[in-house]
Design a protein around this ligand. Structure first.
Ligand code: PEP
Length: 255
């Protein structure tokens, strides 16, 4: 399948880091370093930082995302934020199903599906995270696990809506651990995801679906990962909090 048919997307996931003032400062540092990027650049920030991020990125090539959204439109869900609220604030992207949400906050494949549905209905672009635990890789069931996560999340998603979904393959054992999947491991699973999209939606859809890799991607390993035929960008945690490192990954993706 032809990589040229797809765009490359580098997205930072800031997790629970940065105040609004620190957000403005970090984006101001990143801005000049990525202004000539030949890939899409996104920063996904805590809810409280969204307005600062939107303001700081105005007129630039950096897009803003949230790190989660609720599945309901509104209602008695104390502490939650809906997809419609994000849309109303002018936020175009949202991360859904991050392994930290699944591991620490009880997200399941079904709630990930429901959040994805709400985000698509609101007109957001979803960065849908999937990935296996170390024990699952050791049991050789990585592809079964990832296929199930993707299949359930995409249940009810039309081919047209798929244009607004980026899939991020993130092996849980590689997130925030400094352990990175080898380029071959990353490409193998990303290709398996693309094959599944082909089964579900056909080749045209599979050719254009962006499948990122995430898990300790950094300035040193980005190029090797990003040159793989089925790796269309990265979801970056730790390294996205350092302007120079994030920019180096964007530069690697722009080659
Ligand atoms: C992530 O949070 O999605 C991630 C990949 O984190 P890190 O790059 O720190 O492993």
């Amino acid at each position: 399948m032809d990589k040229q048919l797809r765009k490359v997307v580098i997205a930072g996931n800031w997790k629970m880091n940065k105040t609004p003032a620190q957000t403005t400062a970090l984006i101001n540092e990143i801005k000049p370093l990525v202004k000539d990027a030949k890939c899409d650049v996104v920063v996904c920030v805590p809810y409280i930082d969204l307005f600062a991020a939107l303001e700081a990125t105005k007129g630039t090539n950096i897009k803003v995302g949230a790190e989660n959204c609720h599945w309901a439109k509104s209602g008695a869900f104390t502490g939650e934020i809906s997809a419609d609220m994000l849309k109303a604030c002018g936020v175009p992207y949202v991360v859904i199903g991050h392994s930290e949400r699944r591991t620490y906050f009880g997200d399941t494949d079904v709630t990930v599906r429901d959040r994805t549905r709400a985000a698509l209905d609101a007109g957001l672009t979803v960065i849908l995270c999937v990935g296996e635990y170390l024990e699952q890789r050791q049991q050789n069931i990585t592809m079964e696990v990832v296929r199930q996560q993707v299949k359930i999340a995409l249940n009810g998603v039309s081919e047209q809506e798929l244009d607004n979904i980026i899939i991020a393959y993130e092996p849980v054992w590689a997130i925030g651990t400094g352990l990175t999947a080898t380029a071959q491991q990353a490409n193998e699973v990303n290709k398996g995801i693309r094959d599944l999209i082909c089964e579900l939606y056909g080749k045209t859809a599979a050719d254009k679906t962006v499948v990122q890799y995430g898990g300790s991607m950094n300035a040193a390993n980005a190029q090797e990962l990003l040159k793989q035929p089925d790796v269309d960008g990265g979801l970056i945690g730790g390294a996205s909090l350092k302007a120079a490192d994030f920019a180096a990954i964007v530069a690697a993706a722009s080659k």
